[in-house]
Design a protein around this ligand. Structure first.
Ligand code: ATP
Ligand code: MG
Length: 636
């Protein structure tokens, strides 16, 4: 390909719309253009990168026996209703683009394909003799992300490889899951990426075990917590750890565990309370009041008790809520703080004066929720319930009048603590569970932190790093097959639900993650295996016939030898072309300049600094030797 025909427009300055290096560089070097938020055109250079990544993905998956397929992107709502995910994906904070066709039928634009593939499996897979089966596709996915950002990292339209496997039993699922784990490691290393596998939350997809592959980079959106010995690594959403020991409260329980009142004027946060009275945060219990909204209309007030020095992990809480209430009330749509404002926004005609926000204790009685006409009028536009209009008629939101009370283990285990008194400007010192309030259901709800002791070896402390999630593999179990009636006849002749796994790779996100890991002050430094071109031939002075002829010859020779070559034949100054070549990040540059008259050219490596004068006739062999190693990617 010739640069003069590439519509190449490079930018000297960082575009205002970009925050992180990879996004800036992809825009500046003419790889992508934004059409609207989260929606990008992949220009010809990037398309070549994406095709190379896809080729590696295909080779590695095909080698495991997986079969490529292509499934519809327009998906009927009915399938998602059967799996129970329609409301969760379309109402509230749901991310599925959805529409009605001319017959008034509802459709969604595929954010993922569990429903579609399971419906096919229900149709096609009948007997254990057909199993296991592993299918994948590489395709555009659509997600109406709440915060699309960082270019291709979090797009609303992006390219994903998604794969799904079906099995007669769990052992077979585990085998394929392990094979996918190995294939993923090979894929990422062949793409030149340093990636780590971490334990992950299974999120809205569901299922039991799941593992994410993270490209380590400071700009990553995910926080990884890992032990120094490498035995444990997890996404913070999922991570577990041992909390620091609590500092015992001097004097222990007081007033038989009811706690002694303490005047705390204006001290509404743990920090203010501790600063005012010399308590340690780990001697306190803080209470969070939340509202959890469910698909079938339930609005559940939740009271979470946490030790004062700990933070809530919202993902663990969401899983706990779904586990307790999801089967009866459908998908969890949102969790929001319960405040005077939320309740007013909901047009609930009440004032929660009984709640002394700022000094709430775990013994807050359910009575504060009673007798207040707590039914939301969804006809009121201020009701603030985005999904209400699309809910079935019988699922009008209504607020339950009892708290679901949950406590993190660190709070539940305190023998005596300081907490709010449920009265203005008053706290209790020396309160105890069992006396002040029944000990609530105890769970792991805290966010593990860097510096926490590891569960597998308390002498080690968790260390933090940031990562970009490029892949995710799940053991789904039988969630979708049971919901969609995908059964097979087992060896004994009985019908049972298929076991399922699913496996994703963010192909377009991976391309940008590679830039995040491989760039310098002058531009991108693509790993050779996924670079749009392996070599760029630059004619220093395009007006010089000798240079032009030699460069054309070299360009043809490189291509004939199977090297992806680009020719910069523009009439620009040499300096501009060198700058652009650096910005584009092509691994090897061949400069045809003054030495052309003597058949000499210069070979320059984009990263690694090699610079060499050599005879034009020796370039192909020199490059083939180098590329043989580079095309293989990183050693695993
Ligand atoms: P995230 O937690 O980053 O939102 P996810 O867990 O929702 O991602 P999956 O459903 O596991 O994503 O999708 C498989 C892969 O697709 C992810 O590992 C990621 O690499 C990629 N991906 C997901 N969402 C996006 C997006 N909005 N833009 C680009 N790639 C994405
Ligand atoms: Mg994921």
């Amino acid at each position: 390909m010739r640069v003069s025909r590439l519509m190449l427009v490079t930018l000297r300055d960082d575009p205002a719309e970009a925050e992180i290096p990879s996004h800036k560089l992809l825009l500046r070097a003419g790889y992508i253009r934004r059409l609207s938020p989260g929606i990008y055109a992949y220009l010809p250079l990037l398309w070549r990168v994406l095709r190379k990544i896809s080729a590696i993905v295909r080779e590695e998956l095909d080698a495991t026996g997986a079969l490529e397929t292509l499934l519809p992107q327009l998906q009927p709502a009915e399938l998602w209703q059967r799996s129970g995910r329609w409301a969760g994906y379309t109402a509230g904070e749901g991310i599925m683009f959805h529409l009605q066709d001319r017959q008034g039928r509802e459709l969604g634009l595929g954010p993922t394909h569990e429903e579609v593939i399971t419906a096919l499996a229900a149709d096609l897979l009948r007997s254990y003799r057909q199993l296991p089966v592993n299918l994948y596709q590489i395709q555009t996915k659509f997600r109406d992300e709440i915060r699309p950002r960082f270019g291709l990292m979090r797009g609303r339209e992006f390219i994903m490889k998604d794969g799904y496997s079906f099995h007669a039993d769990e052992a077979s699922l585990r085998e394929t899951y392990a094979a996918m784990d190995r294939a993923y490691r090979r894929i990422f290393s062949r793409c030149g990426l340093r990636a780590v596998a971490v334990e992950a939350d299974s999120g809205a997809i569901g299922g039991s075990a799941s593992q994410e592959f993270m490209v380590t980079a400071d700009a990553g959106e995910d926080l990884i917590l890992a032990s120094p010995d490498g035995a444990y690594a997890a996404n913070q959403e999922r991570a577990v750890s041992l909390a620091p020991e609590a500092i015992p409260l001097p004097g222990g329980a007081r007033a038989d565990g009811q706690g002694e009142p303490l005047a705390t004027p204006g001290q509404t946060s743990i920090e203010e309370l501790c600063a005012g009275h010399g308590f340690a945060p780990s001697q306190t219990v803080k209470v969070l009041l939340l509202l959890a909204r469910f698909e079938a209309g339930l609005v559940q007030p939740v009271l979470v008790s946490l030790r004062g020095d700990q933070q809530l992990n919202a993902v663990k809480l969401a899983n706990a809520l779904t586990g307790r209430l999801g089967s009866e009330h459908g998908a969890l749509l949102a969790v929001e703080p319960l405040t005077r404002e939320t309740l007013r926004d909901w047009a609930v005609p009440l004032a929660l004066d009984a709640i002394s926000f700022g000094s709430i204790g775990p013994h807050l009685p359910d009575g504060v929720l009673e007798n207040q006409g707590l039914v939301v009028d969804t006809s009121d536009p201020r009701a603030g319930f985005a999904g209400a209009a699309s809910l079935p008629g019988d699922s009008k939101p209504s607020l339950r009048r009892t708290f679901l009370r949950l406590a993190d283990a660190t709070a539940a285990e305190l023998p005596a603590f300081v907490c709010g008194a449920n009265a203005p400007d008053t706290h209790l010192v020396g309160a105890a569970w069992g006396t002040l309030a029944p000990r609530p259901e105890t769970l792991d709800l805290r966010a593990a932190q860097p510096g926490d002791r590891c569960q597998h070896d308390p002498s080690q402390q968790l260390e933090a790093s940031r990562g970009i999630e490029v892949g995710h593999i799940f053991q789904l179990g039988r969630k979708y097959s049971s919901a969609l009636g995908a059964t097979f006849t087992n060896e004994a002749g009985a019908d049972e639900a298929l076991w399922m796994g699913c496996y994703g790779i963010g192909v377009s996100r991976l391309a940008q993650a590679a830039v995040e890991q491989h760039h310098d002050a002058n531009g991108i430094c693509w790993p050779s295996a996924i670079a749009p071109f392996e070599a760029i031939v630059v004619i220093a002075n395009a007006a010089d016939d000798g240079q032009r002829t030699l460069a054309e010859q070299l360009y043809a020779d490189l291509q004939a030898a199977g090297i992806d070559a680009l020719l910069d034949d523009r009439g620009e100054r040499a300096g501009v072309k060198f700058k652009d070549a650096d910005l584009l990040g092509i691994p090897w540059r061949v400069v045809v300049g003054r030495g052309a008259a003597d058949g000499q050219v210069e070979l320059v490596q984009r990263s690694g600094g090699l610079k060499q004068e050599l005879a034009a006739g020796a370039v192909v062999d020199a490059l083939l030797g180098r590329l043989e190693v580079e095309r293989a990617g990183l050693a695993i």
